[in-house]
Design a protein around this ligand. Structure first.
Ligand code: MIC
Ligand code: SF4
Length: 753
């Protein structure tokens, strides 16, 4: 478990010289993000003035973290890279595959039986290649990383979009697909387009009912789900330094929901307190020596408009609690407007469930503030109207809140304490009655609330809010309850009111844990056997994808023209499908089943152009594949938003889709497509989306001249014989074009190039 103090010291040793040199070259003060990026340039990469949002740059991340649902594919790919062990410190965390049903103890035992094969695979592959392994029940990847590995000024990548959580400790932590992780684990550089920078100045101070969560709910409301694309969000100001480190983590975590590359905060006392409380006083000592490099230059904070591409200012003193949703995390409603909004939109007022947890909001502070509301309810004699569930973020948090009586207080109210894992946040929730599909409302402190995500029911209206607001809304049983102004009736029919929540930032008696659930890898793993049974339904060794044949793609069929929001949950659904994350062929049966077909507004119903009949998307695509016919997918804005799961790129690749042509992409998904040897293209003219018809056949006219910065020409032949020529943009650079030619980036690594 030992966090790598030597590695951290090495980063700090080289940081000042690198940053000073960069500042000189750039010729102006530097932001924190720039300092961290310049300090992590890949050896030999010239320090030049990189153009934001333009230049691809090679970096050397300090760490890699993977979670079980994505690690399977990442490590199956890593096994092809031909390496003896990972080149940078790496950990694997088992957190996504545990179904929440009755409570931690039983649920964990069930998961350990049902997913034994997968956990055994991950444990042995970790042991084999020098990877630290966190067992099921140890906690959610991002809480564990924050508690053990994150450090100010570091650069890490992780195969999960919420890796960004570690920004709470002043890191640049970035979510990537498994293939990117394989590069870094193999000792290669990691490429990122030099990001734009968004500054968020926080003035004032959080107070009363507002929490760090409200900052990001407000930012999401301002920037929307794609407003952060290609950007790092840097928070600063008195409002930033006055909040807790885990609160900062919450804000950075949900930066994934605005599409931001990552978010971060400058090194401050809250980080010192957190590092010390989590047993890392030596990191504080090392960081203090280079503290000036772990925050932006003073001129940047004094005149932020000169250094950021975009600047937002939020006054925390005036900020209200927010409730975002339903169906998208950027639809923000301040608590004072909820009565009006809910009535206007006909959202179900009755709250059925309140869920506290997920990697976003499962810290000690979150639990202690939420329980302060629960305790008040008990004192005031109110029986909660909704059901309650919590997922502690890690075993260390669970153990500590149990010791401090917080769990007992929750349980007094009938709360279900689920495993230290993702649980309902990723649809690992056996919610009673969800199959009836009734319209209903739930409130949770998670980050995502896409349709069907938590319980599979498309009519569940999920709202995202702070843990303390979840507690208040669940106890009142009403979505439009405003705890700041509204009274409640207790069980005796008396009018009562809640006082604002309060809680400890960190446990006054310190953190404690008996068995954190960590397994260190063998010192020399070369004799460890990694077993994948050939008849497994859960795991399948990968076959390399075929290289490009050097010809234009012709006679391709339109598989689907997806309409509106098409997140990775729509492309490769989670929930029950998580069990196939290590088996490419089986999981491909969920390909695009959640996407809305623009021609009939139905999901999972597309026309098979060979028969004229409508059928499920994977079935139609398998029919094209069997007939040796290529196909393409067309999509709308921000296609592939959400998760880092590369299955959303590998499934179409595996089933024979050649290109995905959309109005715009989310960052991680676009990279995942490139890595897997697919063509990820955007309409040069967005309005051309409307020209695409259901029976179209597509010919590429100049793929043979595929080159950086050069548009591709596609001919869409309609049913009546008429044609449209559509120009497509792409962002492939020279090396990414090589991935396409080779069939995938991994094919190049495996060939030793
Ligand atoms: C999520 O929150 O959607 C997930 C599940 O953590 C994903 C990763 C996955 O699909 O395995 C993510 O955010 O990247
Ligand atoms: Fe797990 Fe949810 Fe966090 Fe994703 S967002 S890592 S599913 S807790």
């Amino acid at each position: 478990m030992a966090f790598d103090i030597d590695m951290i010291r090495k980063v700090y040793d080289t940081m000042p010289a690198r940053v000073d040199k960069a500042r000189e070259l750039v010729g102006r003060p530097l932001t924190l993000s720039e300092k961290i990026l310049y300090a992590h340039l890949w050896e030999g990469t010239p320090t030049t003035k990189f153009q934001r949002a333009k230049d691809y740059v090679d970096f050397a991340p300090d760490r890699v973290a993977c979670q079980d649902a994505t690690a399977q594919m990442a490590l199956l790919q890593f096994m092809h890279a031909g390496k003896e062990s990972v080149a940078v410190p790496t950990t694997v965390h088992c957190d996504h595959l545990i179904l929440a049903k009755v409570g931690a103890e039983k649920d964990l035992a069930v998961a350990n039986t049902q997913s034994k094969e997968v956990f055994d695979f991950l444990s042995s592959v970790s042991n084999r290649y020098g990877i630290g392994f966190w067992k099921p029940g140890s906690g959610i990847i991002h809480q564990i990383v924050l508690e053990n590995y994150a450090f100010p000024g570091g650069l890490m990548i992780g195969t999960d979009s919420h890796t960004v959580n570690a920004g709470g400790l002043g890191m640049l932590a970035i979510g990537v697909g498994g293939a990117d992780a394989v590069d870094v684990m193999s000792g290669m550089s990691w490429e990122l387009k030099f990001p734009k920078l968004i500054g968020v100045k926080l003035t004032g101070k959080l107070n009363g009912w507002t929490a760090p969560k409200d900052v990001i709910l407000r930012v999401a409301d301002i920037l929307t789900v794609k407003g952060g694309t290609g950007a790092i969000v840097e928070y600063f100001g008195e409002g930033a330094t006055s909040m807790s480190c885990t609160g900062k983590g919450t804000i950075c975590n949900m930066g994934a929901e605005i599409g931001a590359t990552t978010s971060t905060f400058g090194y401050d006392d809250s980080m010192r307190r957190y590092l010390t409380a989590t047993g890392r006083a030596d990191v504080v000592e090392a960081a203090d020596k280079v503290a000036d490099y772990l925050t932006a230059d003073a001129e940047v904070y004094a005149n932020p408009e000169q250094y950021f591409d975009e600047l937002i200012e939020i006054n925390l003193t005036e900020l209200e609690p927010y409730i975002n949703g339903p169906f998208t995390p950027d639809r923000g409603t301040p608590v004072s407007k909820m009565k009006e909004e809910a009535a206007k939109n006909d959202w179900p007022i009755k709250v059925e469930w309140g869920l506290i947890g997920s990697c976003t909001n499962s810290s000690y502070e979150d639990m202690s503030r939420a329980v302060s509301i629960v305790n008040q309810a008990v004192e005031l004699g109110i029986t909660p109207k909704a059901e309650f569930g919590i997922n502690p973020g890690s075993e260390q948090i669970r153990y500590t809140i149990e010791r401090d009586g917080i769990i007992a207080a929750f349980e007094k109210m009938g709360t279900k304490v689920f495993t230290n894992a993702c649980g309902p946040c990723i649809g690992q929730w056996d919610r009673e009655g969800a199959d009836k599909g009734e319209k209903n409302t739930i409130v949770h402190s998670f980050n995502r609330n896409f349709s069907k995500r938590a319980d599979g029911n498309p009519n569940t209206h999920a709202f995202v809010t702070s843990p303390e607001m979840v507690a208040a809304l669940a106890i009142s049983g009403r979505l439009d309850f405003n705890p700041i102004t509204d009274k409640l009736l207790n069980d005796n029919g008396e009018e009562v009111m809640f006082k604002p929540p309060f809680g400890d930032e960190l446990p006054t008696k310190g953190f404690e844990v008996e068995d954190p659930g960590f397994q260190a890898p063998a010192a020399n793993g070369s004799s460890v056997q990694v077993i994948v049974s050939p008849d497994s339904s859960r795991l399948q060794l990968l076959e390399p994808f075929q290289p490009w044949d050097g010809q234009n793609i012709t006679g391709a069929k339109l598989l689907i023209k997806a309409f509106g929001k098409c997140t990775t949950d729509h492309i490769s659904m989670a929930g029950p499908w998580l069990r196939f994350r290590g088996h490419l062929d089986n999981i491909s049966n969920n390909m695009l089943i959640g996407a809305e077909n623009a021609f009939n507004n139905k999901t999972n119903s597309v026309k098979n152009q060979l028969t004229g009949e409508y059928a499920e998307v994977p079935a139609v695509q398998r029919a094209y594949k069997a007939a040796g016919i290529p196909s393409i997918v067309v999509g709308d804005q921000n296609y592939g938003e959400g998760s880092s799961r590369e299955h959303a790129a590998m499934e179409p690749r595996h089933l024979g889709v050649k290109a995905v042509l959309v109005k715009s992409f989310a960052r991680i998904h676009e990279t995942n497509l490139k890595k897997q040897g697919m063509l990820g293209l955007t309409f040069a003219n967005e309005a051309d989306y409307d020209k695409i018809q259901e029976d179209d056949t597509i010919n590429f006219l100049d793929l043979t001249e595929f080159a950086p910065g050069k548009q591709l020409t596609l001919e869409f032949v309609h049913k009546d014989g008429s044609k449209d020529i559509i120009m497509a943009n792409h962002t492939y650079n020279d090396s990414q074009i090589e991935w396409f030619k080779a069939g995938s980036a991994l094919n190049l690594i495996a060939a030793g190039k």
